[in-house]
Design a protein around this ligand. Structure first.
Ligand SMILES: *Cc1c(COP(=O)(O)O)cnc(C)c1O
Length: 372
């Protein structure tokens, strides 16, 4: 196989299209370098670093236009840790899960294996769609996933009809910061910084309603909780603008930068429109191309932050992705375990629209050359 050189004018200025870790804005990295000496390598119990925690907490409150009685809580470990924290600190007895991809499957599995909880209810659907979630007697927490990053499906964040006092917990790891959400429709909306918030991994963040805060208090005193998973401990620390154990300071800083930028551009409304325009470009392109089509058939189920595109059998998606990679266009590979002949692109707010337009032109070029 001879190397394909993509013409320079078709190569995006920034070639990062990964779904997480995702593009970090160079402006933010430059500012971190400028401020690093007063911040990196300094105590997380002192005002400088606590100021970064406060900046992130307040930035999220503004961005999501949170009601005064909601709280922003954070800790070390990423969204994956939050699943296990929920197993101890949010689910009282039985949860029900929308299961429609790798991430939602993992959370349901954590619950399945927890000896102190009843078997979870699972609403499943084929990957590439999302299931309907219905109210079930005895369920005290409904687990939704706003965007299944493994498939590129987005589901609306809505309390299931008839769910009463049960909590709604939403894995918003790739959705938060790019898809619309109404705080009245969830009790816990949790995510990590390395997706739409253009920072690095290692933290989890959660927006909590008063009902979630009350549940955390109720369960914290009533069963054993491993200290690192104890949400009451996380809540107590967050209220003091700190984390239970040592966080990555650069992660906090870069997330603060991204929030300042997003809020200066118009907040969530800006981000939603910005991502939708880029996703529409990709879906239109894939629908028109004679070698590709959107993986998610139902337009209303397609994510505007993570876009998945199936390629026809005569074009090898791995070959396309590796040719793109050789030309500096990175992380367009599909989620591996999905096992499809597919490309996947994130169009989080940090990704420039012009670069998405160049990306599709670059892929057209590669596919043409591979066919020669
Ligand atoms: C990336 C992702 C996770 C895992 O996040 P970590 O920060 O690696 O723990 C969980 N759920 C969804 C939907 C994701 O996209």
């Amino acid at each position: 196989m001879s190397a394909i050189e993509i013409p320079r004018e078709l190569i995006p200025a920034d070639g990062r299209f990964g779904s997480g870790p995702s593009k970090v804005r160079p402006e933010a990295v430059q500012r971190l370098a400028r401020d690093a000496d007063d911040l990196l390598g300094t105590s997380h119990r002192q005002p400088a670093v606590k100021g970064q925690v406060r900046r992130v907490r307040e930035g999220l409150r503004t961005f999501f236009d949170l009601p005064d009685d909601h709280e922003v809580v954070l800790g070390v470990g990423g969204a994956t840790l939050f699943w296990d924290a929920a197993v101890f600190g949010l689910i009282r007895e039985r949860s029900a899960h929308a299961v429609f991809g790798e991430f939602s499957t993992k959370f349901a599995k954590s619950v399945d294996e927890a000896p102190h909880l009843a078997d979870p209810v699972k609403f499943e659907s084929d990957f590439g769609t999302f299931p309907e979630v219905e109210a079930v007697e005895g369920v005290d927490l409904y687990a939704l996933t706003h965007c299944e990053t493994s498939t590129g499906v987005a589901m609306p964040v809505q309390r299931p009809a008839g769910s009463g006092d049960a909590l709604v917990a939403v894995d918003a790891t790739s959705a938060a910061g790019g898809l619309p959400v109404d705080p009245s429709q969830y009790d816990a909306y949790y995510f990590s910084p390395q997706k739409a918030f253009a920072s690095e991994g290692g933290l989890w963040l959660a927006l909590l309603s008063p009902a979630a805060i009350e549940r955390i208090g109720e369960l914290s005193g009533s069963r054993y909780q491993p200290p690192i998973l104890d949400l009451q401990t996380a809540l107590d620390n967050s209220r003091k603008d700190q984390t239970y154990n040592t966080p990555s300071v650069s992660t906090l800083y870069l997330m603060g930068e991204q929030l300042d930028w997003l809020n200066s551009e118009g907040g969530l409304g800006f981000a939603v429109e910005n991502c939708a325009a880029k996703a529409n470009h990709l879906y239109d392109w894939a629908s028109r191309a004679d070698f590709a089509q959107p993986f998610v058939k139902e337009p209303g189920e397609r994510s505007n932050v993570v876009v998945t595109v199936d390629l026809d059998a005569r074009v090898d998606a791995n070959e396309v992705a590796s040719t793109l990679r050789e030309n500096g266009i990175l992380d367009t590979e599909a989620y591996r375990k999905l096992g499809r002949n597919q490309l996947r692109f994130a169009v989080f707010p940090a990704v420039d629209h012009d670069d998405v337009v160049k990306l599709t032109a670059a892929i057209d070029h590669v596919v043409e050359r591979l066919a020669e």
